[in-house]
Design a binder for this molecule. Structure first.
Ligand SMILES: [Mg+2]
Length: 246
């Protein structure tokens, strides 16, 4: 008999490898414009994204006004990074390209570029036979629904912050999930890669959590990371290791 009825997975860098999807999408976009994709361009784009993410305060999820405006800011960020990117690429064939068009094209490619975390699909498939599965993400509805679509068959529930008007780690987010699934906090295990959102949110809701930290990943940089980790939280470096905890 399993300890939990339900497993709730974060999406980005837990089910889908966000970084690999982003790099692959940029490469495909630039190929459309006959621009050769290089490490320099990949680093430039990542650097722009990182700086703007912070400039838009999207890392400040402990700030109430940011939480309230998170999805408008996210939309604005999506566009603005291409405005800055085009400025840097003005000596290329991107000169004269409208950043809004470029941003839309990128998002279309990104929404259908699905590179999964190691053994993510196998684990979803396997655990869906024994557990209720859900995915819970801070993100934009249209994009997240399209990206997760190929594995949606394994998920009984999909919780997207834009549709819920609250974000992880707010307690409301976790309470909403439990209410919708008609489950108690002790029925669920939350699995995610970001301590500050996924794990802190679960702990605030008195829900067990498992921290997925793939080797070499430092996604914590994208948030105001806590340095105050609860050492009782199990850490796994590969998703198949959750089988030891459920
Ligand atoms: Mg994540």
């Amino acid at each position: 008999m399993s300890k939990y009825k339900c497993l709730i997975f974060d999406i980005d860098n837990t089910i889908l490898n966000y970084d690999a999807c982003a790099a692959s999408s940029l490469k495909a976009l630039l190929e459309k414009y006959d621009i050769q994709y290089t490490n320099e361009i990949e680093n430039l784009f990542r650097d722009i994204c990182y700086k703007l993410w912070k400039a838009f305060d999207l890392n400040m999820l402990n700030d109430e006004s940011i939480r309230k405006n998170y999805h408008q800011l996210f939309d604005l960020y999506n566009y603005k990074r291409f405005e800055v990117f085009c400025e840097h690429m003005k000596y290329s064939s991107l000169n004269d390209t409208n950043p809004k068009i470029l941003s839309d094209e990128y998002i279309d490619i990104f929404n259908t570029t699905r590179i999964y975390e190691n053994c993510a699909v196998e684990i979803l498939k396997k655990t869906s036979k024994t557990h209720i599965l859900a995915a819970a993400t801070n993100g934009l509805s249209d994009s997240q629904r399209k990206r997760i679509q190929p594995v949606e068959q394994y998920l009984s529930h999909l919780f997207i912050s834009e549709e819920m008007n609250c974000v992880k780690p707010m307690k409301e987010f976790y309470d909403y999930m439990l209410h919708k699934m008609n489950l108690n906090n002790t029925d669920c295990l939350f699995i995610g890669d970001l301590y500050t959102t996924d794990i802190v949110g679960a702990l605030n809701a008195n829900m067990d959590a498992c921290w997925y930290r793939a080797n070499g990943r430092n996604s914590e940089n994208w948030l105001e990371a806590s340095t105050n980790y609860d050492e009782n939280i199990p850490v796994i470096d590969s998703l198949d290791k959750i089988l030891d905890y459920i």
